[in-house]
Design a binder for this molecule. Structure first.
Ligand code: ADP
Ligand code: MG
Length: 434
């Protein structure tokens, strides 16, 4: 008789069929043991998880926090804490990143800090991802820049490594330009204009003011006094493709023209003579007030405009300024995505912001390649800043990309870092980050 096939079959006969049945029984037993082992392992894991959860009570993200801690434990930390005694390295184009601290709101809503700044020039974004079986894992995006500032770095330390080395450029007949780039709320205005205490901004603690102090220290040297050197300040805003003077009580719209010598002129822009740091601070305060007047959080126009603060060095009887320092608080880069908005005006503004940030990136890249083709006519922003890009080796540019630390901003943070990375492509050194 042929052996009976199938599960749970009775075994009464000897022969090849009988052997097969025995092996089926063995297989069933093996599977049973395996299942029991798996269950025991799962129970063990659950106990372990429970113990770990109790280490981080009340944190809904305890699992991700644990993965992050375990990863960070493998890194060597030596973040930037002070200026090198030899000063910062001066180069034609510097690209840095600054991470701001978690805000109270972010901490209260249990958002997580997912940015690690292990060394003076590296940064890691830990992005939460899900496998197909929905288990969580962290993807570690590594970046390298000229300098990376973590949440403990002060405005002064950032200034020392970014704008300060550029000030001398103006006295050497060049143009120094410092950009603050990033998402709205990432710390551009805090860094450039000064720290906020509630809604009040202390404009003495920003890069504008620190630069003004250094400019006056230099210009008060006998050499420049004898030459009759003078400093002027201007402060304007580019909103859409329009330029508005922030130092004029009526905030008039100004025209931008190019003359026969391809010089770009902002017609009627106030260039206020200043003789000491306090004069500059007063002008910054005045401009800041103009910039934000009549705004609410909902219509925050300032996040859709680029603010340009300039100091220029003049000598008597010469045409135009000898050198210039420009500081640009750029529009929030996420506003470039407003091109999908239902509101036509918002869409147009978004498109203009997008265009200007792309043109800016291309101009800086062209400057670094010493390329003869400078696409500065690509936007109002780059057109107005033409002098920063032409003039070759005398010019120096610095970009500070600002990022928010929290989980909710990870997409914008990665966009910001990828943009900054394209402005100046530094190769990430893997051994630094492990
Ligand atoms: P942005 O100009 O990029 O929109 P802000 O400069 O207005 O951003 O910063 C948003 C908020 O974060 C402000 O309340 C500011 O005080 C705070 N902030 C930004 N950077 C820092 C920092 N480095 N340290 C402390 N608070 C910061
Ligand atoms: Mg701002």
């Amino acid at each position: 008789a042929s052996p009976i096939k199938g599960r749970g079959s009775q075994v009464t006969q000897e022969g090849p069929g009988n052997k097969r049945c025995i092996s089926v029984v063995q297989e069933v037993n093996r599977m049973k043991e395996e299942r029991e082992r798996r269950r025991a392992r799962q129970a063990e894991k659950l106990l372990e998880k429970d113990a770990l959860r109790r280490q981080d009570p009340g944190n809904p993200n305890w699992e991700v926090a644990l993965m992050l801690r375990q990863y960070q434990a493998t890194l060597n930390f030596s973040p930037l804490r002070c200026l090198d005694p030899h000063g910062a390295f001066v180069q034609p184009i510097t690209v840095c990143v600054r991470k701001r601290p978690m805000s109270r709101r972010e901490s209260n809503c249990k958002s997580m800090d997912i940015i690690t700044v292990p060394t003076v020039d590296s940064l890691i974004v830990h992005e939460l991802r899900f496998k197909v079986d929905l288990t969580k894992f962290l993807e570690h995006h590594k970046f390298r820049f000229d300098y990376t500032f973590d949440e403990e770095c002060s405005n002064a330390l950032v200034y020392d490594h970014t704008a300060r080395p550029l000030i001398q450029t103006m006295f050497e007949g060049g143009n120094a330009t410092c950009f603050a780039y990033g998402q709205t709320g990432s710390g551009k205005t805090h860094t450039m204009g000064g720290e906020f205490c509630g809604k009040v901004q202390d404009c003495g603690t920003g890069i504008y003011a620190m630069a003004a102090r250094d400019v006056f220290e230099e210009v008060s040297r006998p050499k420049y006094r004898e030459l009759g050197a003078k400093i002027t300040c201007s402060y304007f805003e580019i909103y859409g493709s329009k330029v508005f003077d922030l130092l004029h009580p009526d905030k008039p719209m100004l025209r931008v023209l190019e003359d026969g010598r391809q010089q770009v002129v902002v017609v009627g822009l106030k260039e206020m003579p200043v003789t000491r740091v306090d004069d500059v601070l007063r002008l910054i305060e005045l401009g800041n007030k103009e910039r934000t007047s009549g705004q609410t959080a909902a219509n925050a126009k300032s996040s859709r405009s680029h603010a340009v603060f300039q100091m220029a060095l003049h000598f008597p009887d010469s045409w135009g300024p000898y050198g210039k320092c420009s500081f640009v608080d750029l529009a929030g880069n996420e506003r470039g995505a407003d091109t999908q908005s239902a509101d036509r005006q918002t869409r147009l503004e978004g498109a203009e912001i997008n265009k200007s940030l792309l043109a800016l990136k291309e101009c800086i890249r062209a400057l670094s390649r010493q390329s003869s083709h400078l696409p500065f006519r690509g936007s109002k922003l780059t057109q107005v800043l033409r002098d920063s890009f032409v003039g070759g080796k005398k010019n120096k540019t610095c970009m500070i990309a600002m990022i928010s630390p929290s989980t909710s901003c990870v997409e914008h943070t990665l966009n910001t870092l990828r943009y900054a990375d394209r402005v100046k492509e530094l190769v990430a050194k893997d051994d630094d980050l492990q």
